[in-house]
Design a binder for this molecule. Structure first.
Ligand code: UT7
Length: 325
C-alpha cells in the first residue's frame, strides 16, 4: 500500500553579518568570556542590523532552502514561520515572507511556541502536506532575539542571538516503512503552569510594549534535561524507531550543558550530536534548522539518515521529531 509522507527536500539558513563576541558583552555587563563559555559553551552570536527585520532573515533562508530543493518561489503553496520576534504584531511574518519571496497566493501564517516553534511548525505543515493540502511547503524558524534583551541583565543577554533556517517539505510516496523518507513521528508538549519561568514582560494587550525576556535560568535548565529526554523517547516510539537507531541528533541550541545532559540521559554517542551553540548562541525557533543546515553543508548529515530534532522553550513548551532525510 502506498503511503504519502511529507519529506524534507531542501534546507537553507541565513545569519546576519554582525558578530557579537563574549568580550563585546563583557564591556557592557559584569560577565566574562570564561564564565559564558564554561556555563553555556557560547563563544559568539549574530545580531541583525536595525533596518533588517526578522522577515529579511527568513526570506533569505527560504530562498536558500528552495534552491537546495530545486524549487522556485512560484511553487510554494504553504509558508509557516515559527517566530517569537515578528516584524509587526500583524500581519504574520509568513505573509510578509510570501510577498518578499514573490510566492503566489497560498496559505501563510505564523506559529508561536518560542524555542519549540520549529518542531511545532513542522508538525503543522506535515498535516497539510501529508493530507494533500500543500505540495511545496516552507517551514521557517526565524528570530531576532537580541531585540528582546534587557542589556543590563547578565543572566539572559549573553545567551541569545539572531538568525533563520528553513526547510522545504514536499509529499513523497512510500510503503510506510521507517526506511522511507519523511517525517516519521512527533511528540509535542506544553505546560502553561510553568509560564513564569521564561517569558517576555510585555505585549499588545498588557503593557502595549514589546517587553524584555525574563528567565529563571537554572529552573528552566532542570526542566529541559529531564523532559526533553522523555519527548525524544516518545517521538521515537511514535516513529517506530529506537533512539539507538538515530544517525544524528539535532537539538535546540540553548546551552552545551543541556545538550550534553540530554545526550547522556539518552545514552547517545556524542559524535552523533550536532552542536552550533558556540557560534550561534540560542536563536530560539531558528536554532534547529540553522544547525541542520550547517551539518548538511559540511557533509555530516546525508540523504537517508535518521535524524532526531528536539526543543524546549517558553510556555513551557517542548517536543521532538524523528525524520528520515
Ligand atoms: O531556549 C530555552 C530556554 N533557555 C534555556 O534553556 C537556558 C536554561 N538555563 C541555562 O542555560 C543556565 O541556567 C544559565 C546559563 C542561564 C545559567 O547557568 P547556571 O549554571 O544555571 O547559573 P546560575 O543561574 O545558577 O547562576 C550562577 C551564578 C550566579 O551568581 P551567584 O548568585 O552564585 O553569586 C549568577 O549571578 O552565576 C552568575 N551569573 C553570571 N556570572 C557571570 C549569571 N549570569 C552570569 C554571567 N556572567 N553572564
Amino acid at each position: 500500500m502506498s503511503v504519502t509522507r511529507s519529506a524534507v527536500t531542501g534546507v537553507g539558513a541565513y545569519l546576519p553579518d554582525e558578530v557579537v563576541t563574549n568580550a563585546d558583552l563583557s564591556a557592557i555587563v559584569d560577565t566574562s568570556d570564561e564564565w559564558i563559555q564554561e556555563r553555556t559553551g557560547i563563544k559568539e552570536r549574530r545580531r541583525a542590523r536595525p533596518d533588517q527585520p526578522t522577515s529579511d532573515l527568513a526570506t533569505e533562508a527560504a530562498r536558500r532552502a528552495l534552491a537546495a530543493a530545486g524549487r522556485e518561489a512560484s511553487d510554494v503553496d504553504l509558508i509557516v514561520v515559527a517566530t517569537t520576534t515578528p516584524d509587526l504584531t500583524f500581519p504574520a511574518t509568513a505573509a510578509i515572507v510570501q510577498r518578499k519571496l514573490g510566492a503566489g497566493v497560498g496559505v501563510a501564517f505564523d506559529v508561536q511556541a518560542v524555542c519549540s516553534g520549529f518542531v511545532y511548525a513542522l508538525s503543522v505543515a506535515d498535516g497539510f502536506v501529508a493530507r494533500g493540502l500543500a505540495k511545496c511547503a516552507l517551514v521557517i524558524g526565524a528570530e531576532e532575539m537580541t531585540r528582546l534583551m534587557d542589556w543590563s541583565d547578565r543572566g539572559t543577554c549573553v545567551l541569545f542571538g539572531d538568525g533563520a533556517g528553513a526547510v522545504v517539505l514536499e509529499p513523497i510516496e512510500g510503503e510506510g516503512a521507517t526506511a522511507d523518507r519523511g517525517l516519521l513521528g512527533f511528540a509535542l508538549r506544553s505546560d502553561g503552569t510553568k509560564g513564569d519561568l521564561l517569558y517576555v514582560d510585555g505585549g499588545p494587550s498588557t503593557t502595549g510594549e514589546v517587553g524584555h525576556l525574563r528567565m529563571a535560568g537554572n529552573q528552566v535548565f532542570r526542566h529541559a534535561v529531564i523532559n526533553i529526554a522523555e519527548a525524544v523517547e516518545a517521538a521515537c516510539a511514535a516513529a517506530g524507531v529506537a533512539v539507538s537507531d538515530v544517525d544524528w541528533f539535532v537539538p535546540h541550541q540553548a546551552n552545551q550543558r543541556i545538550i550534553k545532559g540530554v545526550g547522556d540521559r539518552l545514552g547517545l554517542d556524542e559524535n552523533k550530536v550536532i552542536s552550533t551553540v558556540a557560534w550561534h548562541a540560542n536563536t530560539s525557533a531558528a536554532s534547529i534548522p540553522l544547525a541542520l543546515s550547517v551539518a548538511i553543508e559540511d557533509g555530516r548529515i546525508k540523504r537517508g539518515d535518521l535524524i532526531l530534532l528536539e526543543a524546549m522553550g517558553g510556555g513551557l513548551t517542548w517536543g521532538a521529531c524523528a525524520i528520515r532525510l
